[in-house]
Design a protein around this ligand. Structure first.
Ligand code: NI
Length: 387
């Protein structure tokens, strides 16, 4: 099966779809036009699908005989970024832009749908195509999973285009590759009073300051130095006037880590430090902890399969080692449930001026990588199903 050759047939189609998605970017959970267009494209080739929520689409391509099931995933949402690049397919939706390349993801998966549909008599099992909304707000993967997208799925594969990875390369790696990203809010309660008589009040601002400092000991003194963990407080609101003792302080922050175990440990350990620190200042404190995105942990066997697939559709030199990254990706939600791997498609090409980092208002991709992406989806699925 020469998937590399077959993919060429769908290269222009994938470029066209990517440009169309780029022109009509939609924010998380509002990808209604995008989802409608995906469904129309699937209908044209007779690929059945179900809708999940307003903008999730899960299509299924059945092979010749019964067998395993693989899920291929593409996120489809855009961002609140004002595109400043002068291109014929510039965003027509004011203040919204496909600045993270999810337009390419949707298009590559549609290209792969065409290819896999063409060869469906040549493989066993089935392929599920997950067109996922709302990656940017970490809700889309959870919504699709809740809607049953992973039922019967044995393996999952996904990709992300990246403006700071060289074009012509696709990065893969096993183990924890991207961090978790969770959010927390701490409310410290004290008793207000006059700034000249702090003894008559309970200073929430001072207690909260101590909490900010003490939380760092979690990273430096409690968790293993072999683990990479970040606990950051980005917002500290307290006080009303220079000579009034603050009766409340509200802190907001984020945590990042690379292991499921550390992630589970964090809220309990943080709560202990927060409550005991507040108590030592006669104040009270509450922690509100929201799990947003799990760490992205790739399976070794899946990563090997991806490596081999890249060699087949490109070359040995095209395979790049995926570094650990502090960014997060809600593809991790699928990986927490079924084995799989997540690859990074390099799209930085100096000649084409596509070296801007994702989320930059000048972000664009080297479109030569689109055919590689669609081929990799198909090759990975075919190899997994035929093993
Ligand atoms: Ni993204």
């Amino acid at each position: 099966m020469n998937i590399k050759e077959l993919a060429k047939k769908y290269e222009q189609y994938t470029i066209d779809m990517r440009r169309e998605f780029h022109m009509y970017p939609e924010l998380s959970m509002k990808e209604v036009r995008t989802a409608k267009r995906i469904k129309e494209e699937l209908e044209k080739i007779g690929v059945p699908f179900v809708s999940i929520g307003e903008s999730g689409v899960v299509a299924t391509i059945e092979g010749k005989n019964k067998g395993k099931t693989i899920a291929l995933r593409a996120d489809i949402d855009a961002l609140e970024v004002n595109e400043i690049r002068d291109i014929p397919y510039k965003s027509k939706n004011e203040g919204i832009m496909h600045a993270c390349g999810h337009d390419a993801h949707g298009a590559m998966l549609l290209g792969a749908a065409h290819l896999l549909n063409e060869i469906k008599d040549k493989f066993n099992g089935s392929v599920k195509l997950l067109f996922q909304p709302a990656e940017e707000i970490a809700q889309g993967a959870k919504a699709l999973i809740k809607g049953g997208a992973l039922e019967g799925v044995d393996e999952v594969f996904g990709m992300h285009v990246m403006g700071n990875f060289p074009t012509g390369k696709i990065a893969v790696g096993s183990g924890p590759r991207m961090a978790s990203a969770d959010k927390f809010k701490i409310t410290v309660k004290g008793v207000g009073g006059h700034g000249s008589m702090p003894n008559l009040g309970v200073d929430a601002l001072v207690a909260a300051s101590a909490i900010v400092m003490n939380l760092q000991t979690l990273v430096s003194r409690e968790l293993s130095p072999m683990e990479s963990v970040v606990v950051s407080i980005g917002k500290f609101n307290s006080g009303t006037r220079f000579n009034v003792i603050a009766d409340e302080a509200v802190l907001e922050g984020t945590t990042r880590c690379f292991s499921y175990e550390v992630r589970d440990q964090l809220p309990t350990a943080m709560e202990r430090i927060i409550k005991s620190t507040a108590a030592s200042y006669r104040a009270e404190a509450e922690l509100e902890y929201n799990f947003l995105t799990a760490p992205t942990i790739n399976k070794e066997e899946s990563t090997e399969r991806a490596k081999n697939a890249i060699k087949k559709i490109m070359s040995e030199e095209a395979v790049m080692e995926m570094p650990k990254m502090l960014g997060s990706e809600d593809f991790s939600e699928y990986l927490a449930k079924v084995p799989g791997t997540f690859a990074i498609v390099g799209t930085a090409n100096e000649e084409k001026d596509t070296c801007y980092a994702n989320h930059h208002p000048m972000f664009d991709i080297d479109e030569d990588m689109l055919v590689k992406g669609l081929a990799l989806h198909a090759q990975y699925a075919y190899d997994f199903l035929m093993e």
